[in-house]
Write a protein that binds this ligand. Structure first.
Ligand SMILES: Nc1nc2c(ncn2[C@@H]2O[C@H](COP(=O)(O)OP(=O)(O)O)[C@@H](O)[C@H]2O)c(=O)[nH]1
Ligand SMILES: Nc1ncnc2c1ncn2[C@@H]1O[C@H](COP(=O)(O)OP(=O)(O)O)[C@@H](O)[C@H]1O
Length: 219
């Protein structure tokens, strides 16, 4: 689909709900630019930037990075792609972050992946990530062609430190207390669209159909 005007979208959902997996499909079908807060943070950790070093322990423990740091980081990134349509993944995660985003841009639509916590816990412990690209695999759902290696580059995959079972539980708690209020924030603005299910392949056709309608009406 060719977009005639800039479209600004957000994808939300608990850790492991499939945001990265669905984002890759949205990008392929609709050509928006994908911006993942987690990928940006992990790139900083990997490159040992000052920010990365400061935030590493926070992330490894399953805690959220402070709002002011996070909002500054993402708004700076968005400024570099001002004239492109984008899909934000992993930001905002608190009402304060949503307000900071609102001060700078009007969000057209928010896709919420509503996946039960029970489903998620099992997925994250078998998630494998290609750090440089953010591509994700899963030993059951979408295994790489060669175990432990990225399909496109052949580079090694890693298991994230924060995908350990006890850290996953902490991240789900922080999702409940800090991120669920953001859903209410967007619902009251009339831009929230929720998709419920336990399998990405069943959720995706609904997301795709919705985006077709939504982007056509925006255009
Ligand atoms: N079993 C199963 N795994 C899935 C499904 N959808 C995504 N995954 C895997 O679950 C993990 C979390 O998905 P991801 O897209 O990284 O979620 P995010 O944390 O919300 O960005 C990854 O290892 C995915 O490959 C699904 O429908 N079934
Ligand atoms: N918007 C944000 N605000 C605060 N911390 C964040 C934000 N985005 C990412 N993080 C930090 O990075 C970690 C990993 O994020 P992410 O890759 O989006 O996880 P997942 O895809 O599993 O939901 C989070 O647990 C948190 O510590």
């Amino acid at each position: 689909m060719v977009l005639q005007r800039v479209v600004r979208a957000v994808i939300m959902g608990p850790p492991g709900s499939g945001k990265g997996t669905v984002s890759a499909r949205v990008i392929k079908s609709f050509g928006l630019k994908h911006l993942s807060s987690g990928d940006i943070l992990r790139a900083n950790i990997n490159a040992k930037t000052e920010l990365g070093l400061l935030m590493k322990s926070c992330i490894d423990q399953g805690q959220l990075v402070p709002d002011d740091v996070m909002s500054r980081l993402i708004l700076n990134e968005l400024r570099t792609i001002e004239r492109r349509s984008w899909l934000l993944d992993g930001f905002p995660r608190t009402v304060s972050q949503a307000e900071a985003l609102d001060d700078a841009y009007t969000v057209d639509t928010v896709i919420n992946l509503n996946v039960p916590f029970q489903t998620i816990r099992e997925r994250l412990t078998s998630r494998w990530t290609h750090l440089p690209s953010g591509r994700v695999y899963n030993t059951d759902f979408n295994p790489p062609k060669v175990a432990g290696l990225d399909d496109e580059t052949g580079e090694p995959l890693i298991q994230r430190d924060d995908d350990k079972p006890e850290t996953v539980i902490r991240r789900l708690k922080s999702y409940e207390t800090q991120t669920e209020p953001v859903l209410e924030y967007y619902r009251s603005k009339g831009v929230l669209e929720s998709f419920t299910g336990t399998e990405t392949n069943k959720i995706w056709p609904h997301v795709e159909a919705f985006l077709h309608r939504k982007l056509s009406s925006i255009n």
